[in-house]
Structure formats: structure tokens, C-alpha cells
Design a protein around this ligand. Sequence first.
Ligand code: SF4
Length: 453
Amino acid sequence: MVYLGLYALQHRGQESTGISSSDGAQVYTHKAMGHVADVYSEETLAKLKGHASIGHTRYSTAGDSSEGNAQPIVVKCSHGTIALCHNGNLINAQDLRQELAAQGAIFQSTSDSEVILHLLARYQGGDLLDALGQSLSRIQGAFSLLLLTEDSLIGVRDPYGFRPLCLGKLNGSYAFASESCAFDLIGATYIREVEPGEIVLIRGGELQSVKALHAPRLAKCIFEHVYFSRPDSMVFGRTVQSSRDLMGRILAQENPVNADLVVPIPDSGTAASVGYAAESGIPFAFGLIRNHYVGRTFIEPKKAIRHFGVKVKLNPIRELLAGKRVILIDDSIVRGTTSRKIVKMVRAAGASEVHMRITCPPTVSPCFYGIDTPTKKELIASSHTVEEICKYIEADSLSYLSLPGLLRAVSAKGGEFCTACYTGQYPIEFADMIPDAKAGDRQLDLWEASLKE
Ligand code: SF4
């Protein structure tokens, strides 16, 4: 079941994957670099014995992309064997790591997630739930966690609720997943989200819930709805497809343009394009075809792969685009380099005009809570106006969805979402972020290079 579920969650991480299982006496683990389809075999799955299991697909936002950082991370300590899967990013991991290392802790990986296990191993008094509550009160940042011991399965969500985690049921058993699309695949029923700050313990078929962690506000990541999650998933209690459709509709209301075709940049621009086309009355067409065998360029960690990916990922259909005024719909402009290549590609296919519409506000600040955005200096919108970006990507026009429009599209009720990558207002600030997040340098290299091309 976990193996199948990981297929549904492959888009959340493509660097490594792992599964741990428990038969009540022992925890078994298999993990390796690569995609779910490549890492497991009948043989390896047969060795993952037991009645409970957790799995993970990883892309790195802290620590390097290596087998040593693949999850679940497994340790043996006074609480027994513990396997941990972490979705998110801890912002005080470095400080805690230094503190723990100074006290003699030996770290096996460079991942921020390992800090959680070191803290947990140190709390000797009380049961696992007490130790977990104490340990988690020391960490800051984004964390949706699954822990597996010999006899327990535990789901945790940080008190800000940055990353999703939902609870489901299948044949009288419980299941957790980052997104509900994993439940659909295995035939589990979605029950609810794990609440921000909640620890859910499953032991002996019984569920115990503790509201252990508290925060001054909620900060659910709005980018999950813009880009990261699958459109067929229920995330933060809402279907992502509905949000994206509304983003497209509101985008069409806010930023209309006379054109012949609405063309999505697949796949994440697709749902919003349907909404944009329906609202504007302009026909929708798949004018760009995506090669699905190239990974999501955005989450590949190496620059060389990213640039290679852009070239092989999309191909225009000339017959559709020739002589047409085209509206391209995309979910974001990060560095601007990809958008520039796509606009060029569409023009080269014969489009007479190319208008770019983006389903969120300009990305002006990096994320520190589990999305691998580049530094502020690399984000084109951090130092360029919309007009300048439009000129750089060589579009005829460029507009973004407004922040109120985006909040309306996800049905946000007063301040429950993190929107820091669009506003620079971080729900949790910390010292190390300041030099990067506040950096005001313009992308001079990029800009000057483009003018020479
Ligand atoms: S900064 Fe952006 S990507 Fe990161 S958690 Fe906030 S909304 Fe999500």
C-alpha cells in the first residue's frame, strides 16, 4: 500500500525514496536514490514485513541530495527503533545541530530532519508521546512528520500547518498521506487533515490525538495550491483543481487581453487555463506538449539538469499556434529564463502575439519552509518591475494574479495562509534568513546577458 501511495506522491520529491515497515518486533527499511519505479523490486518489498509501514519521496531543501539523506531515517534509542519521514524544512536545525554536537551527538547525515531524532532520543522520562511533545517544542519551521516504531504509527503537523498531512481509513486501518491522491490510489477514504499542532498516535488499531503544539497564527503554504500539489488532491481541506480553476477565472477578470487561444504551460498551468478560457470565452488549446519523461525542472537540484530539462520538456504544435494571438498561462516566473525560452519557442512556432499570464503574484522572496526556491538575488521579480520582466521574457504583455485574487481562489479566511514568497512577510523569522531574504541586488548578470543575446 505504501509503495503504491508513493507512486501517487512522486511529484513531491524525485531524488530518493524509502519505506520502513514494522512487524511488531523489528523495523525493516529499504531506501535508495531514484524514483519509486526504480528503487523497489518484488524482492525488496518482500523484505519489508509487518503490519505498519511509512514511506517517503525526497527532494532536498536542507542537506544535500545523497543516499545518506534519504528517508525514512532510522535510529535505535531508549524509545526503541524509530523511523522518521519529514516533509518541510526546519529553520533552527543548524543551531540545534551545533548544540547537540557540542554535547557529543554524532550525526549520520546533513539533513535537518535528523535533529528531530536526536532530540527525541535525549528525552528519557515519560512515554514516546511526552518525549515527542518535548522534542517538537524545540524545533521551529515546517514539519509534517510520520514516525514508525515497533508498535506505533505517529503523524504530526507543525502548529503553523505549513505542509499538508491528511488522515484516511482503509479496511478498519488508518493511513496518512501528504496528499489525498495517495488515498484514492489505494482505495482509502479521506477522513480529515491532521490539524496544525496535532500529534496523532495509532497503536493497536486505536487512534489517540493530542494537541501538543501551539503557534501565534496559521501559515498553510499557498504555493501548494498554486504549483506543488496534484490538482486531484485535497489539500488543506480543499481540492487543488478548484483553486486552480478559480485562479484562472479571477486572472481573466483581472487581466483580460484580446487573443485567439489560451494555451497552458503544462502541467501546472493546465487547470488554471481551463478557468481562464471559460471566463474569457477564448478557446483553450494544448499548444505545448510536455515530455513526461523529463522530471519537474523546478525541483531538480542541479543547474545543468535544469537547463537541459527546459529544452527537452516542451514542444509546440505549430498548426495550432501559427498566426494566432496566444495567451500562455503559467504558475510562476522564478528566474525568468524558462519563461523567456518558452515565449521564444511559441513565437518560433508562428504565434503572432504572446501574452503571458501568471496564476499568482510575482515571486519576490525565497521560501525557508520546504520549497526549494532560489535565493532572493536569483528571483527576477525581487528586483525587476513587471514591465522589465515582460521585456526580458520578450512577451507582448505580462500580468500576474493579484494577492487578493489568489487568496479568494483558495478560499482563504483571514490570515491562515503563508504568502511570504509574494510579500516577503515571513510567518517565522530567524537571523540566518536576513542576508538572503533582504538582499536587494538586481540580477545584473542575467539582465545584461539578455540584452546581448
Ligand atoms: S514562502 Fe511561499 S512557498 Fe514557502 S511556505 Fe510560504 S507560501 Fe509556501
